[in-house]
Design a protein around this ligand. Sequence first.
Ligand SMILES: Cc1ncc(COP(=O)(O)O)c(C=O)c1O
Length: 486
Amino acid sequence: MELTLHLNYDSAIPLHQQVYAGIRVAILACRLLPGQRVPSTRSLSRSLNISRTTITQSYEQLLTEGYLEAKHGSGTFVCRQLPDELLHAETIVPNANPTSSSIKLSCYANYLAETPFALQPEPTVEISFRYGRPALKQFPIALWRKLLSQRCQSDFQWLDYALDPQGYYPLRAAIAQYLSRARAVQCQPEQIVITNGTQQALDLILRVLLEPGDAIALEDPGYLSARKVFLSHRAKLLPIPVDQSGLLVEKLAHLATDQVRLVYVTPSHQFPTGATLSLARRLELLSWANQARVLILEDDYDSEYRYGDRPIPALQGLDNSGSVLYIGTFSKVLFPSLRIGYLVLPPQLVPLIAHAKWLSDRQIPTLEQQVLTDFIEEGHLESHIRKMRAHYDRARQILVQALRSHFGEQIEILGEKAGIHVMVRFSLSISDTEILHRAEAVSVGIMPAAPHYLVNGGEGEFILGYGELDETAIAEGIHRLASVLK
Ligand SMILES: Cc1ncc(COP(=O)(O)O)c(C=O)c1O
């Protein structure tokens, strides 16, 4: 790996101290991350053009102070467990607070500066019920590799800029057919814009449709990452409660509709409660949106996974007035780092969203779009979904059974009929923080639902993802939880 250090060869400060300080600062500023390998003394001495003894001296100091750790035979690494006090050592990034800088920031950047943001590494536990991860080990990697290599060799067009800001046309055609078969979505390939997942889809929609101060009605509790995008565009948030049949649509009638631009919903599998929006409420929502001239953002992120009853057709398919913007993603059915999602839009919005997309990132890589097209056209997507549905169904049954048998009356399980997570409500007289501590003490990771609530709530509620756990780990995880919570 390359490590750039600024050394002053004329300084009175000895070089070994400068190297030591440079690496230490890089660690504290998270430019070098825990567990990351640092260059060998030989290669660093070569790239900095100073003696290896000097570098060794600096490394020894960093090893002694616990910033680095050496693994015999495999190299030197940033220590995995940096003590907190090291991470909070004296400020090492000049002007770390962006708002105190002399650089004038945009309104958007001011929001970013005011909002705590850190992609935290997952806590290292043996059994993690973390939300949102599909069973990556089940992914047909050999098949994907084969399709990838065929496309790589076929021609060189994919190396060049794409001319279509909406995305690779054959992929849009394959998605349109899949959506009409599987989700009863009414659409033509011309209405689709391929995006970098749901996250970008939401951002693009807001750029095109929202003025700061406009209001968005949204489910409460709801999907935190969507809420963050809305806030970054300075939307006013109008939380609408949900119950076992999804969004309480009747509450929308009380809103001053001249302010409301959008309603964001996850009707097929409400996040995080798992409720399905009933047909009656779907029709009520469409009728309200049509009358109030409000657009609906339908986030259909994992509806492929339904157990027992039949998949509910998408809201978009019931709409005849062009009020629904449908968002889909391959993050759950395939794998999240693919970063391919899509928007199905009313035709008049397509050129604007495609233009905004091009301005933002030009295009999604063509090669991945081509491979995905082959994957869908050759029938692998649907057979993978069928296989995974059976896999998750088994995992889900083990989880629900274990939760019921260990916690009995002390637990309510919500949203077990769909998706790859459930939400549970514990009736234990233990605070959420204490529940998390106790779970961690037995090396089990669970996620509190409270951060997904906008208005207070969620105490005692947790999200348990089971996508990536095998049956033994699920049973063992719940056994361990019960042993410390009951
Ligand atoms: C409600 C909801 N929508 C969408 C997504 C997927 O987002 P993306 O497509 O950006 O990976 C998730 C992922 O966890 C989700 O929970």
